[in-house]
Design a protein around this ligand. Structure first.
Ligand SMILES: C[S@@+](CC[C@H](N)C(=O)[O-])C[C@H]1O[C@@H](n2cnc3c(N)ncnc32)[C@H](O)[C@@H]1O
Length: 233
């Protein structure tokens, strides 16, 4: 698969001065808090975050380059809104912290008869899978939700097989100073709706030790990033 490095350039991003040490977000959250938020919003998640983020879901799954028989892990599967978008000839495992989100996901895969999808309740910060278990490990709209994004990346990388890919679809803090300031300001509010609005991409890449093979803009408007990383053979 040939992957192009699109805007923003990773090397420029990593050259940012204090990326290795600065806070990833102005609003740290604990896992218990995140879980309680998603327990509360599960009933309305598909209405609020369904259509608005769907173009990005469709585009990103198309770009994962899933092959027949691939073992795919979706981290933060939520209500299973992506489940029917995966090719039927791959094996999908979806994990999530929230029982209420998973209840909806279980109903969805039963209704749609998605026999290639299994769901498990699990914390992405300590996955119970052995090393090298999956061909593709994918976190759509999840990395700005979890309490410790760097720990989640390490777990995603660990369970990805050598030569496989681990991929993030997310909104990150804008490089535009004015917008970035606004995102910082609203982040203490948006965490109550389930996400940090100001996750810092350069700091995230530096602190997770990531050197992505591509960063592509997706969604409408194109302010979400699909960050694809390869695990060395
Ligand atoms: C914004 S939703 C994304 C759902 C789905 N992937 C989508 O495309 O809409 C984020 C999900 O991550 C889950 N989550 C948050 N922290 C988690 C953790 N530590 N481990 C597993 N799942 C977590 C939440 O419960 C929620 O269902």
């Amino acid at each position: 698969m040939s992957l192009q490095l699109e805007e923003p350039d990773t090397k420029e991003i990593l050259a940012a001065s204090d990326a290795a040490t600065r806070a990833l977000s102005s609003t740290p959250v604990e896992t218990d808090f995140v879980e309680s938020v998603y327990e509360n919003i599960a009933w309305v998640y598909d209405v609020v975050f369904g259509p608005t983020l769907h173009a990005g879901r469709l585009e990103s799954i198309g770009r994962l380059g899933i092959r027949s028989g691939d073992r795919v892990l979706e981290v933060g599967v939520g209500t299973g809104i992506n489940a029917a978008l995966y090719p039927r000839d791959c094996n999908v495992t979806g994990i999530d912290l929230s029982g209420s989100m998973l209840e909806k996901a279980n109903r969805r895969i039963a209704t749609r008869r998605l026999t290639n999808v299994r769901l498990l309740q699990m914390d992405a910060e300590s996955l119970t899978f052995p090393d090298d278990s999956f061909d593709i490990v994918y976190a759509p709209y999840t990395i700005s939700v979890v309490s410790d994004p760097v720990r989640v990346v390490h777990e995603m990388r660990r369970v990805c097989r050598p030569g496989g890919r681990f991929v993030f679809l997310n909104h990150f803090r804008s490089p535009n100073k004015l917008i970035s300031r606004a995102e910082r300001l609203i982040s203490p509010l948006t965490v109550h709706a389930g996400f940090k609005a100001d996750l810092d991409l350069p700091a995230f890449l530096a602190q997770a030790g990531l050197d992505p093979v591509s960063i592509e803009k997706v969604n409408i408007p194109r302010i979400w990033s699909l960050v694809t990383c390869a695990k060395e053979e």
